[in-house]
Design a binder for this molecule. Structure first.
Ligand SMILES: [Zn+2]
Length: 207
């Protein structure tokens, strides 16, 4: 599947799974030549079609005439420039995970899928203004070997060696946050012990 089709497919999926509303959040994918396909600025996911998906180079310069690329293009391109291993990025403002970002609290590993698909607890990158490459730098500083992090007072950033993996990490980040909040109503949520996290990670996790 070409990268514009991949971006459109995942953009529609994060919309139908309620990880985003309106035109908030963004999705991108890089191919082997270094070309990046990214969602456009200001078009609601509901309305999105293939001709709206923009291609840019590694500096964020559009490669054809058409829509304006996402306002978060500097964050995406910074990550692709610094991390040649990453080929897909999903950024959402999903509700439960964003609540963690607002209280500046990492999401602990309480469910095995967090260890399997994110690689461990989900850290928070310190606040940087939206639309800047500094936002990408702050995220990379905390991401290290994880597939997702929170952006303080902002939302979720997920990455992967494929866009599908980035999508899965973004979705599981929201599920983990929601389960923690629900479990806190019922009692005291229990974290998985470190050695069990490592076992799951060793068995299932790949970036
Ligand atoms: Zn955002």
């Amino acid at each position: 599947m070409d990268i514009r089709t991949q971006v459109l497919t995942i953009a529609k999926r994060i919309y139908s799974n309620r990880l985003v509303i309106a035109s908030l959040g963004n999705v991108s994918c890089r191919d082997a030549s270094g070309t990046i396909a990214i969602t456009p600025s200001g078009i609601d996911y509901e309305e999105l079609s293939i001709q709206d998906i923009v291609t840019v180079d590694l500096q964020g310069t559009p490669m054809h005439q058409g829509c304006t690329p996402s306002s978060e293009t500097p964050m995406h391109t910074l990550i692709y420039r610094k991390r040649p291993d990453i080929s897909g990025i999903v950024h959402t403002h999903s509700l439960s995970a964003s609540a963690f970002s607002v209280v500046n609290q990492e999401i602990p590993v309480e469910m095995v899928e967090v260890a399997a698909h994110v690689g461990g607890s989900i850290p928070v990158a310190p606040y940087r203004p939206p639309g800047t490459k500094e936002l990408g730098e702050a995220a990379l500083d905390v991401l290290k070997d994880r597939r997702a992090c929170l952006l303080q007072n902002h939302g979720v950033l997920a990455v992967g060696t494929t866009l599908e993996k980035a999508y899965k990490a973004a979705a599981i980040t929201e599920i983990a946050a929601r389960i923690h909040i629900l479990a806190s109503v019922l009692g005291t949520p229990g974290e998985l012990p470190e050695h069990e996290v490592k076992k799951v990670r060793d068995l299932y996790f790949t970036l």
